[in-house]
Design a protein around this ligand. Structure first.
Ligand code: ZN
Length: 247
């Protein structure tokens, strides 16, 4: 076994005494490229999440790496080669079109790991449900994640009753969340304030999750049987952190 292989083996199966003795020679220790390559090999050998809960955990760990500035999955050329003949994404995400919320990046996911649906205000309709049903029944997705974000322009548009072309119909889908926010105990939040926008954004996600369960018996049954999990989340554009609504 080479020194680098020993590093990988140790990281995969931590020794009782910790990682002090990686067992590679002085030359290898000073060769950063070699060590980096070993870690990339380790990442590729990361076990794929096999349960819905493990998928959620993979989302959380990936977002933590993103927040920490520690992205590890950036080998696009290799990822293209590895996925050119087949894909096995383990989740489908519905999120907003906002340029500040690049989904794969904020979860440190590789090419081929996520189905991604993006619509302004992460609104849900029957076409979106169709994609989710495809992802979970005809492909490998075990998690349906609806992710809103703070300071969402589409949500602000719904609060302000914006009317413009087809946007009118889109923001109308967010209005029930606006009404619920207004009727809830908002502790004096001003409609138009960022705090009110974010409350509506959160309710909008919760309503999307409800909509999915109510309007797709296929997805609801899969969730009830434990085959998949349907979860909401909010991305904070000020710090990159995703808060999951899973408990
Ligand atoms: Zn948005």
């Amino acid at each position: 076994m080479s020194g680098i292989d020993a590093v990988i083996k140790n990281l995969q199966h931590p020794p009782a005494g910790g990682y002090q003795d990686f067992g590679f020679c002085e030359e290898e220790k000073t060769d950063n490229q070699t060590v980096l390559h070993a870690f990339h090999n380790l990442l590729r050998s990361m076990p794929r999440p096999t349960t819905p809960q493990e998928v959620l955990q993979a989302f959380k760990e990936g977002n933590q790496r993103f927040v920490d500035g520690n992205l590890q999955r950036r080998e696009f050329v290799k990822e293209i080669q590895e996925t050119c003949n087949e894909q096995h994404p383990f989740a489908i995400v519905l999120s907003c079109i906002d340029s500040r919320v690049p989904v794969e990046t904020v979860f440190d996911m590789r090419i081929g790991e996520l189905f991604s649906t993006r619509l302004a205000g992460n609104v849900v309709n029957e076409d979106v449900l169709g994609g989710m049903e495809f992802a979970t029944n005809f492909s490998d997705a075990q998690c349906v994640l609806v992710m809103g974000h703070t300071k969402c322009g589409a949500v602000k548009g719904a609060v302000a009753d914006v009317e413009y072309g087809n946007l009118t119909a889109l923001v109308k889908k967010i209005k029930p969340a606006v009404e619920q926010a207004k009727s809830s105990d908002t502790e004096g939040l001003e409609p138009g304030s960022d705090a009110f926008t974010d409350l509506v954004g959160k309710i909008n996600v919760e309503k999307a999750v409800e909509y999915i369960r109510e309007n797709s018996p296929e997805l609801r049954k899969k969730e009830e049987s434990g085959e998949i999990v349907i979860c909401g989340a909010m991305y904070d554009i000020s710090n990159g952190k995703v808060t999951f609504f899973d408990n």
